[in-house]
Design a protein around this ligand. Structure first.
Ligand SMILES: Nc1ncnc2c1ncn2[C@@H]1O[C@H](COP(=O)(O)OP(=O)(O)O)[C@@H](O)[C@H]1O
Ligand SMILES: [Mg+2]
Length: 587
């Protein structure tokens, strides 16, 4: 603390008064500036009270008169330390680097956190203070200022506890470390000093690698998740003292390693198998096409015919996730905190089936600080909407745009976030309010129309395959021989996807359903006779231009399932069939 101007007998009084307001200590250097008061300098053994007593016996002119020395706090202060700790915070699905500056200075004992902290970050003051004491460290006596830079990013959550505590230890010279620049530190602290798991470790680790850091120091429960990132030393930490000793080099901790290939090989298979479903061969065929090309499906049929049963088995016939897809999906699950303890990677395609009472924010994502919703949690997997007309119409309508774009942007006062949402939509519904097919139903045509009207035309247009799920016959149910297993169907699906990958080489398209107009023109060239067939279907079924494109995409997948390079008459014919049920019902 520099003196504002050279001290003279006149302004000394004002100066000391000014200092007392800021409740700063009078330092040795400042006392040196004014020889007359150098007698106030406390000797090492001299207590505060003794200095005050001296002043009363031998008062200094102009000092004691307005300001009794009892009120003047005195200490000797050393040049202050500024600690800089690297951390990160999650924004959207990626992490931004955050630098935590901690300055332990003189003044009243308090900790101030600045740099746009939210409530959880502000509360870290109390957690850090107690955790330091309970880890046999001390809390610095003076004022500790913590700055989270850059100051324009809003900081949320308790993950800054550990880096702030380390910063306090370094700035108050309780520990010394040369490793601080190399590691990104995150973790929540318990009052005991134990380190608790946090959300979003994977994005933090990815960011640390991109910045070229040597490693990350993370709660040990989150270590496996971070270790998926190659080329990064992941140091698992159980408590504050362990972290401090590791940074000082007293205690060595081996970085966690994870073998991602082994994780994929060990991925458990789904409990649900297609062979459990008796009959329904045409529906299974439609689901196979949907899985092969990543198409959206709508299953329509009376209750108890196996619609929910079939939909649940769809994830089991999808091709395995690639490492990049798995990382993207894991990132989303990580920031929501859905990974189980010690889980490194989401290796199975997600299957999300939200209840029909779900809100817009629950489905799309939202909140004051936007977090991903169900459509993003189903990224690279399946979103199953059972009893489709029971969902609020407004909720279904908001899903239209993400269905098309494969991503969703949420704007809030706190900022706008974009989350990926490339999911396969699988919906199931009854054809009428009482569940029967329209010709057998007791509901009036008006009731049926009102019921079907809850699902809008534009949403139906975005669903490539409309499949009728008929009642199962007794002979099908009583047949002893089980149908094809998920494994066999999946093999054909994988082969069809491999053909697509070869075709879309170096384009950012993962499957036929994601083709744009340019790819359709390039990869789905139709013969003259096939064109005519499609032209008639368009006019008979009154199909929209979007429906036309979607028929071509489905036809491309059907051809890929049999290994045909050229899309022919029969492939288009089968694809048109999947667009006729909605015409019969919605007319
Ligand atoms: N095709 C089928 N093969 C075997 N069991 C079936 C079949 N269809 C229905 N079931 C039985 O009926 C139950 C209800 O099926 P569910 O899929 O919930 O029907 P939905 O969703 O069409 O109303 C299933 O749990 C299963 O036991
Ligand atoms: Mg059902």
């Amino acid at each position: 603390m520099a003196c504002p101007r050279p001290l003279t007998p006149v302004n000394l009084q004002k100066y000391l008064h000014w200092r007392s307001h800021l409740s700063y200590f009078v330092s040795n250097q400042e006392l040196d500036l004014w020889p007359n008061i150098s007698s106030l300098r406390p000797r090492p053994s001299r207590t505060y009270q003794q200095a005050a007593l001296d002043q009363r016996r031998n008062p200094l002119p102009g000092v004691g008169a307005t300001r009794p020395l009892e009120q003047t706090k005195m200490c000797v202060y050393a040049p202050q330390m500024l600690a800089q700790i690297r951390s990160a915070c999650v924004q959207g699905i990626d992490a931004s680097p955050i630098e935590i500056e901690v300055d332990s200075g003189c003044g009243q004992q308090q900790m101030v956190i600045v740099g746009l902290p939210d409530t959880a970050v502000k509360e870290s003051r109390d957690r850090v203070g107690t955790a330091l004491l309970n880890s046999s460290f001390r809390f610095p006596l003076g004022r500790t200022t913590v700055n989270l830079a850059p100051a324009d990013i809003r900081k949320q959550g308790p993950s800054f506890d550990l880096p702030i505590a380390i910063g306090v230890l370094v700035s108050s010279e309780q520990i010394k470390s040369s490793l601080l620049k190399d590691y990104v530190i995150v973790g929540e602290l318990a009052l005991t000093g134990a380190v608790r798991p946090i959300k979003g470790t994977l994005p933090v680790a990815l960011r640390a690698r991109d910045e070229g850091r040597r490693g990350v120091i993370v709660p040990h429960e989150n270590a496996a998740e971070a270790a998926v990132v190659e080329g990064l030393d992941v140091i698992p930490i159980a408590n504050l003292r362990e972290a401090a000793e590791f940074l000082e080099g007293i205690f060595s901790i081996n970085p966690v390693r994870v073998d991602t290939t082994a994780l994929f090989e060990k991925a458990p298979l789904d409990d649900f198998d297609m062979s459990d479903v008796k009959g329904q061969e045409s529906v299974k065929r439609a689901l196979e096409i949907a899985a092969a090309g990543g198409h959206n499906v709508l299953l329509i049929g009376p209750p108890g015919t196996g619609k929910s049963m079939l939909a649940k088995r769809l994830a089991g016939i999808l091709p395995p996730l690639t490492l990049d897809e798995a990382l993207e999906t894991t990132k989303i699950h990580s920031i929501i905190g859905l990974l189980t303890q010690g889980q490194a990677l989401v290796t199975l395609r997600p299957f999300r089936s939200p209840h029909h009472t779900i809100s817009d924010a629950g489905l799309l994502g939202g909140g004051t600080h936007p977090t991903p919703g169900e459509i993003s949690l189903a990224h690279h997997g399946v979103l199953f909407l059972d009893e489709l007309p029971e969902f609020k119409r407004s909720v279904l309508e908001t899903m239209r745009q993400p269905l098309e774009d494969g991503k969703v942007t949420i704007s809030r006062a706190a900022g706008s976030m974009t989350f990926p949402s490339q999911f396969m939509l699988v919906a199931a519904m009854n054809p009428t309010p009482d569940g029967k097919m329209p010709q057998e139903s007791r509901s009036t045509p008006r009731e049926i129309q009102a019921y079907l009207g809850r699902v809008s035309g534009p949403l139906l247009d975005r669903i490539d395959l409309h499949v009728e799920v008929p009642a199962v016959t007794f002979s099908d149910l009583s047949r002893a021989k089980p149908g094809e297993s998920s494994r066999e169907i999946r093999q054909r699906v994988i082969e069809a996807r491999q053909r697509q990958h070869r075709r879309f080489d170096r384009r950012r398209i993962s499957c036929n359903a994601r083709m744009g107009t340019r790819e359709l023109r390039e990869f789905v060239a139709l013969e003259e006779s096939t064109q005519t067939l499609l032209k008639h279907a368009m006019s008979d079924l009154e199909l929209s231009a979007r429906a036309y494109d979607r028929i071509l995409k489905v036809a491309r997948t059907i051809a890929d399932l049999v290994g045909c390079e050229r899309v022919s008459h029969e492939h288009v014919f089968e694809a048109i069939q999947y667009r006729s049920l909605d015409r019969q019902l919605w007319g």
